[in-house]
Write a protein that binds this ligand. Structure first.
Ligand code: MN
Length: 149
């Protein structure tokens, strides 16, 4: 069971994203602002965070900064979800600690691609694994990650 936290202050967008995720078999948690998102991440340890940039209390940039500074949750995959479609924002977002970027309105196939990309990467090195072979992989890295898209 893979759990995705959707942090988004707009209820309509949140519901839309929830439906897209549930159709794909993910379990969905919801947060309405950045502070609530941080609390849910600590409590429920979701597998991935879809994070709106423009939110009250704490915006997406503040949330991603706090997550990356917290060792226990620092490796959480985070995808920015934003209406800021201007040139340069994508770079600024990816420079800020996000792993991916989706612009609104969300394109369902882009959502699928981002989830597959980031959750596959995570699946190769599960957080609870103490397998000693985890670091030897230079010669045979990522056999589960296809390049064919
Ligand atoms: Mn918003």
């Amino acid at each position: 069971m893979i759990t995705v936290l959707v942090a988004e202050d707009n209820a309509v967008n949140r519901e839309l994203i929830r439906e897209l995720l549930e159709l794909r078999g993910y379990t969905v948690l919801e947060a309405c602002d950045g502070q609530e998102a941080l609390g849910i991440i600590e409590r429920a340890q979701p597998d991935l965070l879809l994070l709106d940039i423009g939110m009250p209390v704490l915006d997406g940039f503040a949330v991603v900064r706090r997550i990356r500074e917290s060792p226990r949750i620092a490796r959480l995959p985070i995808v920015a979800v934003t209406a800021y479609a201007m040139q340069g924002d994508r770079e600024r977002i990816l420079d800020s600690g996000f792993d991916g970027y989706l612009s609104k309105p969300i394109n369902p196939s882009s959502l699928t691609e981002e989830l597959n990309r980031l959750l596959t990467k995570q699946a190769i090195q599960p957080a609870h694994s103490d397998r000693p072979d985890e670091k030897q992989g230079e010669g045979k890295a990522s056999n589960a990650v296809g390049s064919g898209t």
